[in-house]
Design a protein around this ligand. Structure first.
Ligand SMILES: [Fe+2]
Length: 496
């Protein structure tokens, strides 16, 4: 069963990406609901629950093309496993921009990488800044499924139907200028609490640090001044701290006033250095430790080791090239600068000890979330190990030995973030599966690949009869989404 979304100016017309990339950035113009009936290998009977993935599903509003990977309309994919079969469902988040695209040919707001004509006035003063496209992260906490975007509040979705229920402001606590709830919350498995942050630019650049208790009640832990570093994407969590790694990404005011997109105005200023900021979970002043300038987007786990704090992240070689390639994603996605998993130990004395964990290029670091806040041995990444430059493999890094295993998934494939699912709730670390959405360029379709996390051996491939555009992040829950949930109809969705 499927349903069309608005007509696309480019679907089925011309190739829009570089040849090796197939049509990975072609829009998905259907919302589907079906049982996956083509499975290679054997679906593990113990794999029970629901995988949610999120990313842009189309980079257009009406007939207007958007010009940055981050600007596309958020779309959630749902893979449901009941122990016998697997089902697939996808839905666009009914954001303001998505609804505009249903009825209009042009966006009303700029994107983070797509400017409206009319300069600064049109984009920021009258335009109100970039549209919340709900395309970056997805979290299931306190029985709420949230589609996340780092510049604004979450959109709440029905975890069964994926119907958009509306903007979620945590009972009015995300309001006024305090609306941002970023796309990379972290959970403490011991307490059930979720920690996140939001950037706040008034009156001065700062980070609002949020704690959401296990019942879903949000409160602000701290407000941390960012000095002159106003952009940050991710945060890590230990038992004692929220750990920020603030690279010197600074807005160039002159570029912003020219009406350029927000992301075009960010400059990496290495002379300013990187700051590790440790925000106590129980309040109290943040601790700041200076370091040479880094370039990163995502962190992995963090933990306390005696009096030291340890945080892992994926370090990129070059910010300018990364920024350029993300804005020219349709043709340059395979040109991304190299990246590798690194470990940073912040000592009690204020030193920072840097250790490479792997030399292989990868991104989207993942680990067994049951190890969050505590030492973890294994990190899993989408790898870029082949000659094409594409994400064509899954990497598994043994943080203790320095060994990296590689599972290549074929040439001209695009491997998404691998999510670890433990075999049982109390299985050992690494005893479980890795779930990754893989795009097959030659066939212009996607599949969900299931690997044994212990040796990266392929166990099953669940073939979809269509493609999924390259997405960002996901989450897994043991809750099985209701297969009988009716398909939402756009006419029932709140319009505001
Ligand atoms: Fe991210």
């Amino acid at each position: 069963m499927s349903r069309n979304i608005p007509p696309s100016p480019i679907a089925g017309s011309s190739r829009i990406t570089a040849p090796d990339m197939g049509w990975i950035f072609a829009p998905l113009v259907h919302e589907h609901e079906y049982v996956i009936d083509q499975i290679d290998g054997e679906l593990p009977s113990g794999l029970i629950g629901t995988l949610y993935r999120i990313g842009p599903g189309k980079w257009e509003v009406g007939r207007t093309l958007l010009h940055h990977l981050f600007d596309g309309d958020g779309m959630v994919s749902q893979f449901t496993f009941d122990g016998r079969s697997a089902r697939f469902r996808n839905r666009y988040v009914r954001t303001s921009q998505f609804r505009d695209g249903m009825v209009s040919g042009r966006p009303r707001h700029p994107g983070v990488g797509t400017a409206l004509p009319g300069g600064f006035w049109a984009n920021f003063a009258r335009g109100g800044g970039p549209a919340n496209v709900a395309n970056t992260g997805v979290a299931l906490h306190a029985d709420r499924l949230l589609a996340l975007w780092e510049g604004g509040p979450p959109h709440r979705l029905d975890p069964d139907t994926l119907e958009t229920l509306g903007v979620h402001d945590f009972g009015g606590r995300l309001r006024g200028m305090l609306k941002a709830f970023s796309a990379h919350p972290k959970w403490d498995p011991a307490t059930g609490e979720m920690f996140n942050f939001g950037q706040d630019f008034t009156p001065l650049p700062s980070l609002n640090c949020w704690k959401v208790d296990r019942r879903g009640r949000l409160r602000r832990l701290a407000k941390v001044r960012m000095m002159n570093m106003p952009w940050n994407h991710d945060v890590a969590l230990t038992r004692e701290h929220m750990v920020f790694v603030l690279d010197p990404y600074m807005f160039d005011l002159r570029t912003m006033l020219s009406g350029a997109p927000v992301l075009d105005a960010i400059r990496h200023r290495p002379e300013k250095g990187t700051r590790f900021v440790l925000v106590p979970r129980n309040g109290g002043p943040a601790r700041i430790v200076e370091h040479d300038a880094l370039v990163h987007v995502h962190v992995a786990n963090a933990f306390e080791d005696g009096a030291d704090t340890v945080v892992d992240l994926v370090l990129f070689d070059d910010f300018s090239a990364l920024r350029r390639d993300l804005s020219e994603f349709r043709t340059r996605f395979t040109d991304l600068p190299s990246s590798r998993l690194m470990r940073y130990r912040i000592t009690a004395g204020g030193r920072v000890i840097e250790t490479p964990l792997s030399e292989l290029a990868g991104e989207f670091p993942q680990y067994d979330w049951r190890r969050s806040t505590r030492p973890h041995r294994y990190t899993y990444l989408a790898g870029r190990t082949g000659p094409s430059g594409a994400y064509d493999s899954v990497l598994k890094v043994d943080n203790d030995t320095g060994n990296t295993q590689v599972q290549e998934l074929g040439s001209h494939t695009y491997v998404g973030e691998p999510i670890f699912v433990p075999r049982t709730p109390d299985a050992a670390e690494d005893d479980g599966w890795l779930l990754s959405v893989v795009y097959l360029a030659a066939e212009h379709r996607s599949q969900l690949t299931v690997l044994d996390a212990r040796d990266l051996a392929p166990i099953a491939a669940l073939h979809l009869p269509h493609h999924l555009p390259f997405g960002f992040h996901g989450t897994f829950t043991r809750r099985v989404a209701d297969p009988a949930a009716p398909i939402p109809h756009p006419g029932r969705l709140p319009i505001r």
